[in-house]
Design a protein around this ligand. Structure first.
Ligand code: SF4
Length: 447
């Protein structure tokens, strides 16, 4: 038999195996874990984008510990050995799996060379940790218990709506629902206020979700699928019952949760949610393009912009996939890979660059290559040192641009950066809603 005939025969003889993008079964990602070639594309930002070594790393966890097991390439091997029953859970193994903000940087890095599902594999590893009775971490368990008892991550008994002020107009019934999320409802209230005022300024009537509660981001991110699904079902039902067409959020974690992970949990497409999920960046951009939001007030600041993971590489629409894998790893039917292309990269910059007086000074790690601050996805509850380390590293990069203000699009990022910035440092942290509101001629925060 000729070599060509042999190849053809192999192609037809190789048995096909089922393959699904389903994080509830780690074996769906066995091929991905087996075929990680340890090239470290998940660790380094491509050299074509990076002029030097100073900001060349994309993975916060591996930068923190400088040990392969903390990087995606290490965890791909750990996952394989867990799956084969060759490894048992231990405290240290749990630390390796959970000391990670699941920021998606490894996933977009890996998919530049190979089409491995690195991000979903890391999510599936956490689901397995919970399925095996080992995970999540103690602090994360407490947060999930708080959500169950009080509907918020803090276990607070106070109203979620104490951020509201008399000047904010909220409708009883509207086509748009504003969902501020736990952090802006309880801690960074000025961000919820700025967003609500920006919606008012944009002529967008909005209501709040009846019996509003947490989006469940922490439960999902740490692998507690049962708790996260229960929250997803309740929230989606509440939203559908309002009859509103659009849900606006101001938190990047809530955005990713509603737009990507609720459909993932409910095994539906993002398009089938029954309503559109928009970050305030998108709502403001639409209003600005329609001439309803004017950004003519000068904002005389030099700023740099931090692409929060949830509004950048992690927000591509979700679409369930089931197929078969065959010869040489080929899969049928064809799969549209999620590569972080739907991130709100350009519209954010379009808004900022159209504000008179404002100068945008980009960092080297930007858009899908941005370094995560490591404040979200449950990380800060059990690994505050990692959150502080990555935020400090990102602040260093931000300040090196010569900007006066770091602008971001998520209260988790704002809060994490605030917590590491020395008090005497005049460099400021702001949310994009605060900047846009100022450009619209209204003060809405400290900037
Ligand atoms: S980029 Fe992908 S293949 Fe390369 S080491 Fe990382 S996980 Fe493995």
């Amino acid at each position: 038999m000729s070599v060509i005939d042999k190849i053809h025969q192999d192609r037809f003889d190789t048995p096909k195996t089922p393959f699904a993008l389903d994080i509830e079964d780690l074996s769906n990602f066995e091929y991905d874990m087996q075929h990680c070639i340890k090239c470290k594309g998940c660790y380094w930002v491509d050299h074509t984008y990076m002029p030097g070594m100073e900001n060349a790393v994309r993975c916060p966890s591996n930068l923190w510990k400088e040990f392969d097991s903390y990087g995606a390439f290490g965890k791909m091997r750990i996952g394989l050995h867990l799956l084969n029953g060759e490894l048992e859970w231990s405290d240290h193994l749990l630390e390796l799996i959970y000391a990670d903000p699941l920021c998606g940087a490894c996933d977009v890095g890996c998919k530049r060379n190979l089409d491995l599902e690195t991000g979903l594999t890391l999510e599936a590893l956490r689901v397995k940790a919970v399925q095996d009775g080992a995970g999540p971490m103690p602090g994360q368990k407490k947060v999930i218990a708080n959500i169950r008892e009080t509907g918020n991550i803090y276990g607070a008994s106070a109203s979620r709506h104490s951020w509201m002020t008399e000047e904010i107009r909220v409708a009883e019934k509207a086509d748009t629902v504003y969902f501020p999320g736990c952090l802006s409802s309880y801690q960074k209230k000025e961000l919820a206020q700025s967003t609500a005022m920006l919606l008012n300024r944009s002529g967008i009537d909005f209501m709040l979700l009846p019996e509003e509660s947490c989006c469940g981001n922490v439960a999902f991110s740490v692998g507690d699928i049962a708790a996260a699904r229960e929250i997803a079902m309740k929230n989606v039902e509440k939203m559908r019952n309002t009859g509103a067409k659009t849900l606006v959020v101001s938190c990047a974690e809530c955005y990713r949760m509603w737009k990507v992970d609720y459909p993932k949990l409910l095994k539906i497409r993002t398009a089938d949610l029954g309503f559109e999920v928009k970050h305030i960046i998108e709502a403001a951009h639409d209003a600005w393009q329609e001439g309803k939001l004017s950004l003519r007030n000068p904002v005389n600041l030099q700023i740099t912009y931090h692409d929060s993971c949830g509004v950048s590489r992690l927000c591509d629409d979700w679409e369930p996939y089931e197929g078969e894998r065959g010869w040489m790893g080929t899969i049928e039917p064809g799969l549209t890979r999620r590569r972080g292309r739907q991130g709100l990269y350009q519209i954010t910059r379009e808004l900022l660059e159209n504000i008179p007086g404002l100068e945008l000074k980009e960092m080297q790690r930007t858009r899908e290559n941005a370094l995560c601050c490591a404040g979200g996805r449950g990380t800060s509850f059990d690994f505050p040192e990692l959150s502080a380390f990555s935020a400090t590293e990102r602040l260093r990069e931000a300040e090196s641009t010569g900007a006066e203000v770091l602008v971001t699009a998520c209260p988790w990022c704002v809060s994490n950066f605030d917590s590491v910035k020395p008090e005497e440092d005049p460099f400021e942290i702001a949310d994009i809603a605060q900047i846009l509101l100022k450009a619209a001629g209204q003060e809405g925060g400290t900037v």
